[in-house]
Design a binder for this molecule. Structure first.
Ligand code: NAX
Ligand code: ADP
Ligand code: K
Length: 465
């Protein structure tokens, strides 16, 4: 698991004070990593253009151009004169080495965006927006230095953002790179070490990037077992019965020994799902909310969810229901799996403040972290292009989800999968993290194209993990 940071300037400063490095050493490493990435994409006939801004982001680009010049066809384009002392110094060095400087945005095979990085502190002006639009319109491979230009104060996004195939980010991962709205702009993210291994450069952080090799599958290692060994997931069935069916299939495919659908008996159910009108005695966890159309029998549901000590996974319509307040107040072990609209309802109930879906999406990390600190007994999974799992102020970010999952029913399967891991003895946080990872990775197993995938394919994909 890699740490992610809200800002990395503190880490740079620690590299100077604790390890005796200096800004030039860090920058030489930054430029070298950038040069390596560019070189990988260039054949001997091809040309790279470095578009460099006024500050140290531009300076990184100049270092990379100097390192490549002589052996590769590279040029610098400087739409503005350098301002920072390092940018001035690196330009002088690049010129001394004879790096060609061009006067406008020429055609190239690889484009490097070294316009703005962490120092962008106000919205881009019209000229720069047009320049980035022109860069985005060019064919060719695009690499962002540190971060795509257009992220203001490491946080908010300007209306125009450079669209990269690859981002070489300096020193450590930055939280802003995992903004949902940037998922089409960052490309593949690689970290450039800055004169120290990542372990030395890093300090502990409450934000983590989940890695696929960390996935803990509920593999059955003991041969002496029976269905009871793997727990019993009870799923509340609503009027839209398909939702609970999908959750049930997700739970069963992810290893639960028994899965019961609670509610009226329905005719078309997979034969391995049990149907019952009351909670089975040996249930391990209750999953509820999917397919519950309002109004529903609140008395029955309150009794079912609150008058026992079972952990709960709460999804979909229940997030919009005032029963949510009682669930939170009960201090029961709880996983909430809202999408942003459902989270906006939960926030309204719990924090007595109306926030729009747009506000949540623009500040996903803030809202998820704040909520998880306020309700430390809850594990929150905030769905999105990059899913966030928040617990006691820590955020775990899952970037593996694909557009194939953007279909009704994907979330139902996920809720069932979380229930399955809880039933098999995972803690609520671990169950949520590993179900989320498996859900996203399973969606990659069966995608021949991005549109024809169904929630049932997630279950099929689980068989191949
Ligand atoms: N030790 C260091 O300082 C290191 C710095 N690094 C690089 O340095 C970058 C940060 O450098 P800087 O802090 O110089 O920041 P930037 O190069 O991102 O830009 C800051 C400059 O842009 C100006 N500016 C801000 N918003 C603007 C706007 N909307 N329109 C026009 N001008 C605007 C600022 O006044 C300032 O002059 C990182 O992203 C990274 O690429 C790396 O070399 C690693 C080491
Ligand atoms: N563009 C996307 N990239 C990655 N994952 C996505 C994307 N769109 C949706 N998902 C995932 O698909 C699931 C959709 O869940 P949800 O909106 O609750 O659907 P439903 O309620 O219909 O089951 C979530 O896990 C979400 O993170
Ligand atoms: K940049």
């Amino acid at each position: 698991m890699h740490y992610i940071y809200e800002e990395t300037q503190t880490l740079d400063e620690r590299a100077y004070t604790t390890f005796g490095l200096n800004p030039e050493i860090l920058m030489e490493h930054a430029g070298s990593a950038l040069a390596k990435a560019v070189k990988k994409k260039l054949t001997c006939q091809q040309k790279a253009l470095f578009v460099c801004g006024v500050g140290n982001n531009g300076a990184d680009g100049m270092v990379a151009a100097r390192l490549l010049h002589g052996a590769n066809n590279v040029s610098l384009y400087l739409p503005f004169p350098p301002k920072s002392s390092l940018a001035k110094l690196q330009l002088k060095r690049a010129m001394q080495a004879g790096v060609p400087i061009v006067e406008n945005l020429i055609d190239a095979d690889v484009y490097v965006d070294a316009l703005f990085g962490a120092g962008l502190n106000r919205p881009l002006d019209g000229f720069t927006c047009n320049l980035i639009d022109a860069l985005n319109a060019k064919e060719g491979y695009k690499i962002a230095c540190d971060m795509p230009s257009g992220i203001v104060n490491d946080l908010s996004l300007s209306s125009t953002i450079f669209n990269a195939h690859e981002t070489i980010t300096m020193g450590a991962l930055k939280l802003c790179l995992f903004h949902d709205a940037l998922k089409d702009s960052v490309g593949k993210i690689k970290v450039a070490p800055l004169g120290l291994s990542r372990n030395l450069y890093a300090l502990p952080s409450p934000f983590y990037l989940l890695q696929k090799n960390e996935l803990k599958l509920p593999l059955r290692t003991k041969k002496n077992c029976n269905k009871g060994t793997f727990g019993h997931v009870a799923i509340v069935q609503g009027n839209k019965e398909g939702a609970a069916l999908l959750a049930g299939m997700g739970a069963f495919h992810f290893g639960a020994g028994l899965v019961t659908l609670l509610g009226e008996r329905k005719r078309k159910t997979p034969p391995y799902l049990i149907q019952a009108s009351t909670l089975p005695k040996k249930s391990s966890v209750i999953v509820a909310g999917m397919g519950l159309e309002m109004p529903f029998d609140t008395v029955w549901l309150r009794h079912l969810l609150l008058e026992n000590t079972l952990p709960l996974v709460i999804d979909a319509s229940l997030c919009h229901h005032e029963l949510m307040l009682e669930l939170l107040a009960s201090k029961k072990p709880l996983v909430l799996t809202p999408h942003p609209k459902e989270f906006s309802s939960i926030w309204h109930f719990t924090c007595n403040e109306k926030v729009s879906v747009e506000q949540i999406q623009a500040n996903r990390f803030f809202y998820a972290k704040t909520f998880s600190k306020r309700f430390p007994h809850i594990t929150l999974l905030l769905k999105g292009a990059n899913t966030i799992i928040a617990h006691q102020g820590e955020l775990y970010i899952n970037t593996y989800g694909t557009p194939a999952l953007a279909k009704g029913g994907s979330g139902d399967v996920l809720a069932g999968m979380i229930g399955a891991l809880i039933a098999q003895g995972y803690s609520l946080k671990e169950a949520t993290i590993h179900a989320s990872l498996a859900h996203a990775l399973a969606s990659k197993k069966l995608t021949c194209n991005t549109f024809a995938f169904t929630p049932i394919d997630i279950c099929k994909g689980l068989k191949c993990l």
